[in-house]
Design a protein around this ligand. Structure first.
Ligand code: ARG
Length: 460
């Protein structure tokens, strides 16, 4: 067995089962690029500070290049007996260049190294997710543009409420995604501080320059407190919280579209290319991708909970428990990117069943609130007009008709404030034109929203 890098004080080697239980190489090898970036910056700083010669630095940098090439070419052998990505790379470097490699771990611990790598990894992951969010926003805005003028029932409590333009509803998702992007951007800014040089927990007596490594790695500044630097994972908690909120937004979109694709609604027609069938029922066409978007949101939330519980009982500073922080994050990032991508693809491959929507519109008295507003314009207090329209709806229920089918006499029998012009307010098509408040579903307001997003997302 090869001696461990930390083996000096040990008389016995660890058992196979402990080695297997404690290794992290099987998953933290995903950090290799960022680990190498960190080592490059660290070696460069050490040489600058006179803690290693320029020659040693150069052979370290060359060795790291070769190792990176090897890993990327799939030629690198990851060894569980070398525990984790940090020691695999350091030991491989020693195999490759010999003595100079033994200076690389000067004024560095795996404790600051691992969270430096992880912050760098999360930073890249955030950039990737931000792109995927934008891509979905573009898909939703484009879908909205294709469906100008389409009125759909708006729901509250999943009961028919008021008419809205479909564009208005689609843009609601775009707004939510924009806040998701904002949260990630905030998270990115807050995590972009450098732990490197915090060493095990207390810093070092060697003359290192933490500002130099921080700069070289694109961080805003070194973290101020070395104990905090190696202990804390709130950047992970924030990142996973933000992902969880996005996952919940996508899950709601998934739920809505699954519902809309049902025979009962029938508003949404997913193309065959984004649907799947049943192994027993030959007639079935299911919106599985959106069901799985809803389903996979559970993982993302679960991963957040895992991290919260992981951190809950940890005393300062580093504890090995923290090795458990990586897989949930890797899983969340992979999942959320997949969810965003499949939602975008779905949005590019659906159409709306105008016929079915048109037929659905008259039911549910979607124009009732507009009628109440009409009476307000005639000087009736809203609470009174609410009651008058409520009684008008009751009459419709009795006669099994719509508000627009009531005669003026019938309406006047309920309130003398109804005039000939009332019919301009009745019917879904008329009602929807009456909205004009900022942010409302009125067509001018919706067009303004659409113009805003088209400009922001560079869609023409
Ligand atoms: N694999 C470890 C982790 O992911 C690296 C840090 C280990 N540090 C230690 N002192 N054992 O957390």
């Amino acid at each position: 067995k090869e001696a461990k890098l930390w083996g000096g004080r040990f008389e016995e080697s660890v058992t196979d089962s402990v080695e297997k239980f404690t290794e992290s190489i099987s998953f933290d090898k995903a950090l290799f690029k960022h680990d190498i970036m960190g080592s490059r910056a660290h070696a460069t700083m050490l040489a600058h500070q006179g803690l290693m010669s320029d020659d040693d630095r150069d052979s370290i940098l060359q060795g790291l290049d070769e190792i990176q090439r090897c890993i990327e070419a799939g030629e690198f052998v990851w060894r569980a007996d070398r525990e984790d990505v940090h020691m695999n790379i350091e030991a491989a470097l020693t195999d490759l260049i010999g003595e100079p490699a033994r200076k690389l771990h000067t004024a560095r611990s795996r404790n600051d190294q691992v969270c430096t790598d992880f912050r760098l990894w999360c930073r890249d992951a955030i950039d990737h997710i931000l792109e995927a969010i934008k891509h979905l926003q573009v898909a939703l805005v484009s879908l909205a543009m294709k469906n100008e003028g389409l009125i759909v029932p708006g729901y509250t409590h999943l009961q028919r409420a008021q008419p809205v333009f479909l564009q208005h509803l689609l843009l609601a998702y775009v707004e939510q995604l924009e806040r998701d992007a904002g949260r990630l951007t905030d998270c990115r800014a807050r995590l972009n501080f450098c732990p490197l040089g915090a060493c095990a927990l207390a810093g070092t007596g060697l003359p290192i320059d933490r500002f130099m490594t921080s700069d070289a790695l694109g961080f805003t500044a070194p973290l101020r407190n070395s104990i905090d630097a190696v202990s804390d994972r709130d950047f992970v908690l924030e990142f996973l919280s933000s992902n969880s909120i996005t996952a919940i937004h996508l899950s709601r979109l998934g739920e809505e579209w699954v519902l809309w694709a049902s025979e009962e609604f029938g508003f949404l027609i997913p193309s065959d290319s984004v649907s799947t069938g049943s192994s027993i029922m030959p007639q079935k066409k299911n919106p599985d991708p959106m069901e799985l978007v809803r389903g996979k949101s559970a993982r993302v939330v679960g991963n957040l909970v895992t991290l919260l519980v992981l951190c809950k009982g940890l005393p300062h500073a580093y504890n090995r428990d923290l090795q458990e922080d990586k897989e949930p994050v890797f899983d969340s990032v992979k999942t959320i990117v997949g969810m965003l991508e499949v939602c975008a693809e779905f949005a590019q491959n659906v159409s709306f069943n105008r016929d079915k929507i048109q037929k659905a519109l008259p039911a549910g008295h979607l124009d009732a609130t507009t009628l109440a507003d009409y009476l307000v314009k005639k000087g009736v207090p809203f609470r009174t007009s609410h009651d008058i329209v409520g009684r008008s709806v009751a009459l419709c229920l009795l006669k099994n008709c719509q508000l627009q089918n009531l005669s003026l006499d019938e309406l006047r029998s309920i309130s003398p404030h109804f005039g000939e012009d009332v019919y301009e307010y009745l019917s879904v098509e008329n009602a929807v034109t009456k909205f004009c408040s900022y942010g409302s579903t009125g067509s001018e307001c919706v067009t303004a929203q659409l113009d805003y997003w088209a400009a922001l997302l560079h869609i023409d």
